[in-house]
Design a protein. Sequence first.
Length: 252
Amino acid sequence: MDIDTLYEVNKKVRNEILHHHGEILNAASPYRALIEAITNQMEDKRHYELADIQIVRYENDTYRFNILSKRALNIFHESKNTLKAIQKCGFKEGNLNVNFYQETVRRLMNNENLFTCIHKTMYLKVTNVSNTYYHMGHIQSLLEINTNFLKEIEAMTEISNKQIRYISPRGNDFQEEYPENKLAGFTHQILNSLKTNNRATFMDVLLNGYSYIGKPIPDFFLNTFTDDETFKTIGCAFIIGVKSSTIENYNV
């Protein structure tokens, strides 16, 4: 809007990075500070029309330029509380440390969905890989942020975050009745079908699983035939429940 506002936002970013509750600085700190400063500004200036923002970052002795689109701003604003839930989450892969917050913001700034990240984090948990610093509730946070992204780009209209919070406990219900020694195989088959977009295999595995426990498949699985994004969202929400010992309010 003006130079004074630009200065104030930049100062908030700096203060967030240097004085964020005494935490140790890490790669996600600038991203977190940037998003919090901008979303707070949006709250203060709610009556102004959103516009694209050019971001200039200095990393590894190089200036990097990004356009933070109006669409991305809306997603960050909508996901503000959920983003806070994943600030300290991540995993280590070889010498590479992957932080949920940094990876999420990077992908959204590049207009990318989070499905590959969600699938990978679920796979690491399902296979009990070490050096994973998160639980299934944090993956649900990623799924809800991704749903906000898909809604914003109008790629998915059938599923809401409220429905995700309904589907996950149904996965937990299934897990309590299905034999524990068969659960790993069931989960792997579901994850593989989600990765390859194979609805036929997905439904076959579900039919066999629910037949085994003598119960009908929940109606929400019919929506998996709507589009790829809805299919993956429902499948991921269900597996989050299957791999959780209990389903609670994870947005904390």
